[in-house]
Structure formats: structure tokens, C-alpha cells
Design a protein around this ligand. Structure first.
Ligand SMILES: *[C@@H]1O[C@H](CO)[C@@H](O)[C@H](O)[C@H]1NC(C)=O
Ligand SMILES: *[C@@H]1O[C@H](CO)[C@@H](O)[C@H](O)[C@H]1NC(C)=O
Ligand SMILES: *[C@@H]1O[C@H](CO)[C@@H](O)[C@H](O)[C@H]1NC(C)=O
Ligand SMILES: *[C@@H]1O[C@H](CO)[C@@H](O)[C@H](O)[C@H]1NC(C)=O
Ligand SMILES: *[C@@H]1O[C@H](CO)[C@@H](O)[C@H](O)[C@H]1NC(C)=O
Ligand SMILES: *[C@@H]1O[C@H](CO)[C@@H](O)[C@H](O)[C@H]1NC(C)=O
Ligand SMILES: *[C@@H]1O[C@H](CO)[C@@H](O)[C@H](O)[C@H]1NC(C)=O
Length: 296
């Protein structure tokens, strides 16, 4: 067999002596790895008078060069290795000396774990979920994760409606999604206000009030927003908008607010002109992420 080859003996002796200085060589795909001390190999080495390397090294059997690109290589069915030297051809069989398997790459992990707050207010409208609208039912990743750029509120004694402007991933494109009473509805006392996150700022918290309004039923009565600056570490609170005659709630401390969900009926009419018909914003739930949920 090839282990008897004097070419191999000479090469192995030369190689093991030289391997300390030898640069790491091009990746190889070997059919198997055998320790130079394994029972399958050691007798041959002993027979041939080759000193068993101490500590033993792994020999790659039937090695061929492979191309490695990132986490991919073309070593299907074999073991991708790097060896201390270029493989030695022994009667046509390429033997790598002191070979180490190339560790598999961890799959890139860019998924984000999200959590939804409870619904604050009422579910008397139609359910909406901006995260599903933007991302679908798939995984939220760093490539598609929404970020809130602005809220535009329509409010008086309750929060009648709001529009949320989102970016996604690293894209600069903006999408605005409106819920409840639109900005076109006009009524004395119905105010609007846009809250915008500036450079390096993210919405990290929301607090507000929910309660029963004698004409409109259970609604979100008030909102205010916490905006944090990742560069300065400072936070600012914008608001409150609306009235504070209900039960307070706070959402935050779990990272970044990425989307709203809730219950609303979109309308161009004011709540007053609806005269008790369904319309406007009824309830809100806040979807946050605390970052990637990757195995450590
Ligand atoms: C892998 O690809 C390289 C470059 O295309 C080629 O030279 C080599 O023979 C291939 N190796 C295997 C094991 O398929
Ligand atoms: C998400 O899943 C729900 C039910 O599981 C389905 O009704 C809805 O159409 C799906 N939405 C998208 C965008 O795939
Ligand atoms: C929003 O409010 C401002 C004043 O606060 C007003 O000038 C503007 O017309 C309002 N926009 C709408 C759509 O009501
Ligand atoms: C935003 O943060 C970057 C560092 O991440 C900093 O270089 C830049 O000056 C910041 N911009 C503002 C307007 O704070
Ligand atoms: C953070 O999320 C957990 C579970 O999703 C929730 O129980 C907790 O109330 C949240 N904390 C805050 C401060 O919102
Ligand atoms: C509000 O008015 C706009 C145009 O003015 C229209 O496109 C939209 O469908 C209306 N929305 C509702 C809920 O009626
Ligand atoms: C992020 O949130 C998820 C779900 O609420 C939780 O399981 C995980 O431990 C949190 N991770 C960190 C770093 O807070």
C-alpha cells in the first residue's frame, strides 16, 4: 500500500520536521482523517522506520484542493481541512500532514425577538398590526425590522387617531400607516401633533392613559413618548397629548419600540359627527424588540 512508499516516508519525515515553519496551506477536501498514531497507520510508519510524530498529527487521505467562500465550500461528502503543508502525492494519493478540520461557520443570526404589550383601551374596532403589515408573518430580522420615525396624533379629549411613519432595516424609504380618525377630519378642539425621532434617536417607551369617555366609550385618552439618543445616551419625553382622566399605563424598558398594533376603525369623520357609530382609535398595543435573539 502507499504507506510503504519510500517517497512517502521521505516526504513525511521532511514535512514533520519542517511543519513548524510551514505556512498554513490552501484548504483541502480529504476523504478521511487518520491520526499518525492510529492502529491503521502506526504499524506502517513503524515498519517503514518513520518516527511517530509526538504529539501525533492527523493525516488527510485523498485530499483535493477546495474553494472556500465565506461559510461555503465544495467539499461535499469529505472533510474540509487545512494542513500544515501542501499534500504529498504518494503513488497518486494525496496525503495531507497535520490537518485540522475547518470549523463550520455559525449560521448568521440576525433574527430579532419581539414582545407585544397587552392591548391598552378597547378592542371594539378592527384589529390592526403594523408589524404584520410591514414584515408579514415571517421572521423579524435586522434587514426588515421596522423603526418608528414619527407619530402624528389627532387628539382632543381622547386620542382620535394616529399615523405612524416607519422605516425598515437600513432603508431610508418611509411608510406611513394611519389608524382611526384621519388628519382630514376637522373639528374645533381636535388637535394634531407630529413627534419625530431625530438622528440617532429611537422611540423606547410610551406611557398614557385609557378610560371611559361618556360619548365615545373606552378609548386611549392620552399618550406620551420617550425618545432615547444612542449617541448621547440622553432621553427625552414628548407629551402628554390628550387628557388624564383614566388609568395610567407604561410600556418600555424592553428595548426599542418597533411597531404598533391595536384596534381602530379608520374614518374621515370626527368622533362627534359619527354620532355614536364606530370610528376612531380604540386601543393600542406596543411591539418592542430587545435585539437579536441569537445563541451565545
Ligand atoms: C472545488 O472547486 C475548485 C475551484 O472551482 C476546484 O479546483 C476543485 O477541484 C473543487 N474541489 C472539489 C473537491 O470539488
Ligand atoms: C398571516 O397569518 C394570518 C393567519 O395566520 C393570515 O390571515 C394572514 O393573511 C397572514 N398575513 C400575511 C401577510 O402573510
Ligand atoms: C395641524 O395643526 C396645525 C397647528 O397646530 C395646523 O396649522 C395644521 O393645519 C393642522 N393640520 C391638520 C391636518 O389638521
Ligand atoms: C450620531 O451618532 C454617530 C455615531 O454613531 C455620531 O458620529 C454622530 O455625530 C451622531 N450625530 C448626531 C447628530 O448626534
Ligand atoms: C417587558 O416585557 C415583558 C414580557 O414581554 C413584560 O412582562 C414586561 O411588562 C415588559 N416591561 C416593561 C417595563 O414594559
Ligand atoms: C378618506 O378620504 C380619502 C380621500 O380624501 C379617501 O381616499 C379615503 O378612502 C377616506 N377614508 C375613509 C376611511 O373613508
Ligand atoms: C429579549 O426578550 C425576549 C422575549 O421577551 C427574552 O426571552 C430575552 O431573554 C430578552 N433578551 C434580553 C437580552 O433581554
Amino acid at each position: 500500500m502507499f504507506f510503504r512508499s519510500s517517497v512517502f516516508v521521505a516526504s513525511l519525515v521532511a514535512t514533520t520536521a519542517a511543519q513548524m515553519e510551514a505556512p498554513e496551506n490552501a484548504p483541502q477536501c480529504c476523504e478521511k482523517l487518520l491520526s499518525s498514531a492510529s492502529p491503521a497507520v502506526e504499524p506502517f510508519l513503524a515498519l517503514l522506520g518513520v518516527t511517530i510524530p509526538i504529539p501525533p498529527v492527523d493525516l488527510g487521505i485523498c485530499c483535493k484542493p477546495i474553494s472556500v467562500s465565506g461559510c461555503d465550500n465544495n467539499c461535499t461528502g469529505g472533510i474540509a481541512v487545512t494542513c500544515a503543508t501542501t499534500p504529498i502525492s504518494v503513488v497518486g494519493v494525496d496525503i495531507g500532514v497535520d490537518c485540522t478540520p475547518i470549523p463550520p461557520c455559525n449560521p448568521t443570526c440576525n433574527t430579532l425577538s419581539t414582545s407585544n404589550s397587552q392591548l391598552f383601551g378597547s378592542d371594539a374596532g378592527d384589529a390592526f398590526n403594523d408589524l404584520t403589515t410591514l414584515v408579514g408573518n415571517g421572521t423579524v430580522t435586522t434587514d426588515n425590522v421596522p423603526s418608528v420615525k414619527a407619530f402624528t396624533l389627532r387628539y382632543g379629549s381622547v386620542i382620535d387617531g394616529l399615523a405612524v411613519t416607519y422605516a425598515q432595516g437600513t432603508s431610508q424609504d418611509l411608510t406611513t400607516i394611519s389608524h382611526g380618525t384621519s388628519l382630514t377630519a376637522v373639528q374645533s378642539g381636535l388637535m394634531n401633533r407630529t413627534v419625530t425621532a431625530g438622528t440617532n434617536e429611537t422611540f423606547t417607551g410610551v406611557s398614557g392613559q385609557t378610560g371611559f369617555h361618556t360619548t365615545y366609550g373606552v378609548r386611549v385618552l392620552q399618550l406620551s413618548f420617550t425618545i432615547s439618543n444612542s449617541f448621547t445616551g440622553a432621553s427625552r419625553v414628548v407629551g402628554p397629548f390628550g387628557t388624564s382622566t383614566g388609568t395610567a399605563f407604561t410600556v418600555g424598558g424592553n428595548g426599542t419600540l418597533i411597531a404598533l398594533a391595536g384596534s381602530a376603525v379608520n374614518t374621515n369623520s370626527t368622533l362627534d359627527s359619527l354620532n355614536g357609530a364606530r370610528g376612531g382609535l380604540y386601543g393600542l398595543s406596543f411591539i418592542t424588540t430587545n435585539g437579536t435573539d441569537c445563541p451565545q
